[in-house]
Design a protein around this ligand. Structure first.
Ligand SMILES: [Zn+2]
Length: 256
């Protein structure tokens, strides 16, 4: 949606602080990653350079798009169903550019994700199927995060990680062969409290190409890319590279 995309870059990124370790390149490499987000294009804008870097290294990356994206874009002559189909096609194209293996479309109403009662259960099922070691999601606790879909997607993803790892919960999933699975790391994007910076200098152009696949967002796309570039350059400055993406990292089963 237009408003959320503008909000992503409405503030300067949080500066690196001396007390926080900067680890742009020393991260360990998982073999499977799942990225959960609200709208088509969220993953590319927030994490596209990192995703390209990880898939280049042989990591299997999957996407979960929670809404149908039908309220984004400026082509008012298109009905919601047509816009939703268009945005799915754009999302598949963007995912292919970044080397993403599989895209799950949950197709909940754009703008109404906070009303979806079974989202956590749905996401837990996908986590148990995809079995990622690392999961990326919106930081739902970012101060003044206005978009309800971003808050809802982030919170549901985090809660789904916790229940997906508990074999006593969601036994209906286990009965379908989806055994409990513990995600080792949560990488929260869109955060004001980053503690891991990923050097994306080598994959920045591919990130821009993936964002540009979202053609239906034409009127604002150039402006968003310029804002994203300034943001990623500022993150790069914080950790000594040209471009970077920033995450708040949590280890849900180590810190409990
Ligand atoms: Zn969004």
């Amino acid at each position: 949606m237009a408003t959320d995309s503008l909000q992503r870059f409405s503030r300067e990124p949080a500066p690196a602080r001396a007390a926080i370790p900067i680890a742009p390149t020393s991260e360990h490499a998982p073999s499977r990653i799942l990225v959960v987000f609200a709208h088509s294009d969220d993953a590319e804008f927030t994490s596209g350079g990192s995703i390209a870097r990880w898939t280049d290294a042989g990591v299997s990356v999957g996407y979960v798009v929670c809404t149908d994206g039908s309220k984004g874009g400026d082509a008012l002559e298109l009905d919601d169903a047509t816009m939703g189909e268009l945005r799915e096609a754009e999302q598949r194209a963007a995912a292919a550019i970044l080397g993403v293996e599989e895209v799950f479309f949950l197709r909940h109403p754009d703008g109404g994700l906070s009303q979806v009662q079974h989202l956590k259960h749905e996401l837990a099922g996908i986590i148990r199927r995809w079995r990622p070691e690392r999961l990326l999601a919106w930081d739902p606790w970012r101060p003044y995060q206005l978009h309800p879909d971003h808050r809802a997607a982030g919170l549901a993803a985090i809660e789904a990680v916790l229940v997906a790892g508990n074999p006593r919960l969601f036994r209906d999933l286990a009965a379908k062969g989806l055994a409990a699975h513990r995600v080792e790391e949560l990488y929260l994007f869109g955060t004001d409290y980053p503690d891991v910076w990923v050097d994306t200098s080598a994959t920045f152009e591919r990130k821009v190409a993936a964002i540009s696949a979202h053609c239906s967002q034409t009127k604002l796309l150039t402006r968003w890319i310029e804002a994203m570039q300034r943001c990623n350059a500022a993150y790069g400055l914080a950790c000594g590279c040209t471009y970077a993406e920033a995450f708040k990292v949590l280890r849900p089963f180590c810190e409990a």
